[in-house]
Write a protein that binds this ligand. Structure first.
Ligand SMILES: Cc1cc2nc3c(=O)[nH]c(=O)nc-3n(C[C@H](O)[C@H](O)[C@H](O)COP(=O)(O)OP(=O)(O)OC[C@H]3O[C@@H](n4cnc5c(N)ncnc54)[C@H](O)[C@@H]3O)c2cc1C
Length: 500
């Protein structure tokens, strides 16, 4: 943690300073044996056991002990609960830092921790269920998952076919869910079609009506179990109003989207730490890689991206602390799109900085690379996210106003940023073929926000490099920063100082 200067500075600035010691201690712990646990948990992915020796269905999942150790670490650090149990200001910002530290070591356990964390605000709409489950979820005694996606549609959840029918005081659900991560959880929020429309239900496990059919064979995120499940008369209780399922579960999704931003920022940081460290110790053609001008350009460009993501992530954390719904609404969607999209090319480039070694499993870069596209897919894939930004822009003008107010706090500080803000406003005002242009608009929103944050709070050399490249019509690949920037200083700021 202490090595990640942008993160330390952002934690203090955004209101999490009271937690600095605690976050630092967590970072210390993670830098030891847990690094090895991350590798082990991925090399020994979870296995589904459907039946016991007598042929009875059990649907249990065996995880490697390293997975359990990592999950326990996260739970003990209250990654699933800090802002819900600690009244101190800055708890969201501090939790963001904790989540990002854990995510640098292993992303897989982030999924159940995130869903458990995010279920709490959704459950609050149903006081009896909230009283029953929130204490268990926040104390680490229980985990919560979510099941929305079906085979015929994940983005378009209105097409869900799982049905819900009343059965006395409770409901019975029937149907299939094509993706259900952390299926060993104790409880799930599930969308199903009730007579009054798509509704959100709480389903407990284990129960005979909840079958785990199969675990997915995934590109990455292999330590975490993601399943196909079948509900056969599964007992369920309604959360919120019948027919308002999306409105209910969206409270959960807002928070898991925040965690996608944090998770991708964590992957960026780990990749940058690995690349800068390697280049500072590896020589080619008689000079350290880090001292070769072209490599310095690549590394500095990666550092700029990582710092921009870190500042954005913790600024978002503050918006959650402050209950700033207007800013949070648009900024979360923008950041989820942009930071998650920037992560795979950044990790690929960092991997290449290690040369052939980066392509080999021992370096851990392949694991990061496989993980890197995921945050852009779940919780709303890229296009769906971009369309959500359009929805916010079109229907919630207060979110645009709050976003622009934040961006314009840096007005006048950098001519390139000022120009970008003017262009952004032109883009926002143009309603012609807006769906076709959605990604372009989100990109401009993201760059304006990141530029504003960096100009105000970032390292001056990093801010200069960001404005000169991202706001100055830079190239499409990393390593195309223009001349005249302090590349060496940027890399040194981000390079882990491990006594050498
Ligand atoms: C590892 C993993 C774990 C997961 N865990 C869970 C879980 O625990 N619970 C859960 O409910 N889901 C889970 N999911 C599912 C995930 O949320 C969905 O895959 C995702 O929402 C996309 O839905 P889909 O796969 O049906 O793709 P589709 O909805 O078919 O989308 C395919 C593509 O079309 C694009 N698209 C869709 N609509 C439009 C449009 N109008 N205009 C332009 N482009 C569009 C999308 O952006 C996407 O790129 C998981 C997925 C993965 C990969």
């Amino acid at each position: 943690f202490a090595q990640d200067r942008p993160l330390v500075e952002a934690l203090r600035r955004e209101g999490g300073g009271a937690y600095e010691e605690r976050v630092g201690a967590f970072g210390q712990v993670l830098g030891g044996e847990p690094l090895e646990w991350g590798r082990l948990a991925n090399e020994h992915p979870p296995q589904l056991r459907t039946h016991d020796r007598y042929g009875e269905r059990i649907d249990e999942i065996d995880f490697h002990p390293a997975w359990h150790s990592l999950l326990r670490l996260g739970l003990e650090a209250q990654v699933q609960s800090l802002p819900w149990v600690d009244e101190k200001t800055g708890a969201h910002v501090a939790r963001a830092a904790l989540f990002m530290l854990l995510g640098q070591v292993e992303a897989g356990v982030g999924c159940p921790l995130s869903m458990t964390f995010a279920s709490v605000p959704a459950l609050r709409v149903q006081p009896d269920l909230a009283d029953e489950w929130i204490p268990r979820l926040t104390s680490g005694d229980a985990l919560c998952g979510m099941a929305m996606t079906e085979r015929q549609g994940g983005s378009d959840v209105r097409a869900n076919e799982t049905t819900a029918r009343r059965s006395g005081e409770t409901w019975e659900l029937d149907g299939n869910k094509w993706f259900c991560s952390a299926p060993m959880s104790d409880v799930f929020l599930v969308l199903a079609q009730a007579p009054g429309g798509l509704s959100c239900f709480l389903v407990e496990r284990p129960q005979p009506g909840f079958r785990i059919e199969r675990l997915k064979d995934k590109l990455g995120n292999r330590s975490n179990a993601s399943a196909e499940i079948r509900l056969e008369g599964a007992e369920a209780r309604l959360v919120g109003e019948e027919g308002l399922g999306i409105r209910t579960i969206i409270e959960m999704v807002v928070h898991t989207r925040l965690d996608c931003v944090l998770g991708s920022t964590a992957l960026m940081r780990r990749a940058v730490a690995e690349a800068t460290h390697h280049a500072a110790h590896r020589a080619a053609f008689g000079r350290l890689l880090v001292d070769q001008p072209l490599m310095a350009n690549v590394l500095a460009d990666l550092c700029v991206e990582s710092e921009a993501a870190t500042l954005t992530a913790l600024r978002l954390g503050r918006a959650f602390d402050e209950g700033d719904h207007a800013f949070r609404r648009l900024a979360t969607a923008v950041a989820k799109f942009w930071i998650c999209k920037r992560t795979p090319p950044l990790v690929a480039e960092a991997l290449e900085c290690l040369g052939g070694n980066g392509y080999v499993e021992e370096s851990q870069l392949p694991r990061l690379f496989r993980e890197s596209p995921l945050n852009s897919i779940w919780e709303g894939a890229g296009n769906v996210n971009a369309l959500d930004v359009l929805r916010a822009v079109g229907r919630e003008p207060e979110s645009v106003a709050a976003f622009l107010t934040e961006v314009e706090l840096a007005a006048g500080a950098d001519a390139r940023l000022d120009r970008a803000i003017v262009e952004l406003k032109d883009e926002l005002a143009d309603t012609d073929e807006v769906e076709l242009r959605a990604r372009r608009l989100v990109e401009r929103l993201a760059l304006a926000l990141q530029g504003s944050l960096l100009v105000r709070y970032g390292d001056p050399a990093v801010a200069d490099a960001f404005c000169a490249s991202r706001l100055g019509g830079g190239g499409g690949v990393f390593g195309t920063l223009p001349r005249g920037l302090e590349l060496g200083a940027i890399v040194e700021r981000h390079r882990p100082q491990l006594g050498g």
